[in-house]
Design a protein around this ligand. Sequence first.
Ligand SMILES: Cc1ncc(COP(=O)(O)O)c(C=O)c1O
Length: 304
Amino acid sequence: MKEVGKIWMNGKLVPFKDAKVHVLTHALHYSTSIFEGIRCYDTPSGSAIFRLPEHVDRLFKSAKLYSMKMQFSKKIISDAIVKTVQAGGLKESYIRPLAYYGYGTMGLTPTTNKVDVSISCWEWKMGESKAGKFSGAKCKVSSWTKIDSRSQPMQAKAASNYANAALARMEALENGYDEAIMLNYHGKVAEGSAENIFVIKDDIIQTPPLSAGGLEGITRDSIIRIIEKNGGFVIEQDLDRDDLYNADEIFMTGTAAEIKSVTQIDKVKIGSGKMGSITKALQKSFTDVVMGKDERFLPWLTFI
Ligand SMILES: Cc1ncc(COP(=O)(O)O)c(C=O)c1O
């Protein structure tokens, strides 16, 4: 990672290399942190953050689910995100706001510690989200079951959810796949390890309901709204593993992944085994939206 720009820590912009925490930080031991992943795009009209208010809302919703007392308002955090991006001087970046129980008391109870907040921003690199963007991702249905809200609040974008996701991702990679697909305890499709999932059969676009255990993805919401604005619709319904194998097209959505095509699941080819025409069209629509080329969605961009 290139150490450029500044990191916002509890109200101050500090040099990238100085943004350090104590080894006895509560969250390091007990996974008591929540975070966001946001993109800033280099549009023809200047750099713009995609759906900033929605990401800040989700950060605060996650904090609430972990009883975190945020010492900063949504307005302060939104302004701080913009300031951090400006301080970085990057046209295109990935932004990571993080709130965590900090250093103070050691022991399981987190609430005796202050909630620290940081906002980092780094150069956007396609990296691990590349698979599926141009050709098609090969996915493995994970042997790990997606944890659900009987165990912890899954609508929080919390670090503690990601051990489960990381195990699934590692298993997929170790077996020669690009990404994992996770089923829930009922055997229904939940989501990818860090993306929501959509399945197309006979031109009908379907996605699992949030009750299946996936995160309430902002890209998921964006693509549903884009489809609806263009006169189409998406059906939210539980999907079985069979629905994956039988699909004509499958794509995944996420801030990093954007719209990525899935062309193989386990050893089964999806549709023609190539990126499908609906997925391709949606990729184009989404790119137009994030690049500010679709006027109907300009309010989703915060120009910096
Ligand atoms: C588990 C999980 N599901 C879905 C998503 C997609 O969410 P979003 O579109 O808000 O990035 C993410 C990415 O943050 C994720 O980590």
